[in-house]
Design a protein around this ligand. Structure first.
Ligand code: ACO
Ligand code: ZN
Length: 281
């Protein structure tokens, strides 16, 4: 699959149909060769099987009995749900999701050994079912303390706060594991913007409330954000001074307020009391 990708980096599929949306694609994705002569692919929005024509999809929809992603619902708040899908138990779903995601992810080399990953699928639910909004993937075991491998909000849902919700969710899982985490590199431009936004808001909120000195280590313990990401974020906000060989946080209230005003919207909140989850063993 990797070889195939390397040699044919021309964008193949131009649009996809998914649920009630027709979506223009952004990048090449290495679909199996028999799909490469079609400009448009039709996805079942629940099992993510893809087809070359509408009639095939309609036939599929009559017999597909899924109304939500396969796997466990681990979070529900209002109409928002999160499902955890184990790539080993749902291989085809995991692979379909990777093909779909690659259409919007440029520089990521997706590996299709989905066995090693868990997929967290964010859905908006109504009486017709749970409709995928976006997702992130996470290695079951990461030596580099990655808590997120790939993140995607489907284009019709972008810029509404779902990305920050997914990022916040990934850190909530890390907190439950008692570990710090960081996203896999490289980040895309949009990925970096979203992470910078998330880190900035979380750190500023704490610094604003906290009285007295606080260290980067303490911030990291509270947020599950890796110390390096905290240092970089605070440095870019010019809240770090280097004194006697040490990084010191200088949180002048006026400066904090100025940054908070510029930090934009907070995104959708994760209500931790509605997360029912135990770490993967
Ligand atoms: N232009 C400028 N800023 C943007 C844009 C944009 N088009 N989109 C997001 N941002 C920034 C903004 O700062 C925004 O916060 P704000 O609205 O308060 O200003 C912040 O990112 C997050 O916005 P959200 O609405 O929470 O995020 P969204 O749901 O749009 O998802 C994501 C962000 C997942 C990065 C999305 O753009 C996406 O799926 N992109 C394609 C795939 C991708 O690049 N994924 C990241 C790869 S890196 C990795 O996977 C580890
Ligand atoms: Zn289906």
């Amino acid at each position: 699959l990797r070889e195939h990708e390397e040699f044919t980096k021309v964008k193949n599929i131009a649009t996809i149909e998914l649920g009630r949306y027709e979506i223009e694609t952004w990048y090449f994705s290495p679909f199996p060769p028999e799909y490469n002569d079609s400009l448009k692919l039709y996805f079942c929005e629940f099992c993510l099987n893809f087809m070359k024509c509408k009639e095939q999809l309609q036939r599929h929809m009559r017999k597909c009995d899924l109304k939500h992603p396969p796997g466990d619902e681990i979070y529900r708040s209002g109409t928002l749900s999160m499902f955890e899908v184990d790539g080993k138990k749902n291989k085809v779903y995991g692979q379909n999701l990777c093909y779909l995601a690659k259409l919007f992810l440029d520089h990521k080399t997706l590996y299709y050994d989905v066995d090693l990953f868990l997929f967290y699928i964010l859905c908006e639910c109504d009486d017709r079912g749970c409709h995928m909004v976006g997702y992130f993937s996470k290695e079951k075991h990461s030596e580099e303390s990655y808590n997120l491998a790939c993140i995607l909000t489907l284009p019709p849902y972008q810029r509404k706060g779902y990305g920050k919700f997914l990022i916040a969710f990934s850190y909530e899982l890390s907190k439950k594991e008692g570990k710090v985490g960081t996203p896999e590199r490289p980040l895309s431009d949009l990925g970096l913007l979203s992470y910078r936004g998330y880190w900035t808001r979380v750190l500023l909120d704490i610094l604003k409330k906290h009285k007295g000195n606080i260290s980067i280590k303490e911030l990291s313990d509270m947020t599950a954000i890796k110390a390096e990401d905290i240092l970089n974020t605070l440095q870019s906000l010019e809240l770090i001074q280097y004194r006697k060989g040490q990084h010191v946080i200088c949180a002048d209230p006026k400066v904090l307020d100025r940054h908070l005003k510029a930090a934009g919207r907070g995104g959708l909140e994760v209500d931790v009391s509605k997360l029912i989850w135990t770490p993967y063993k």
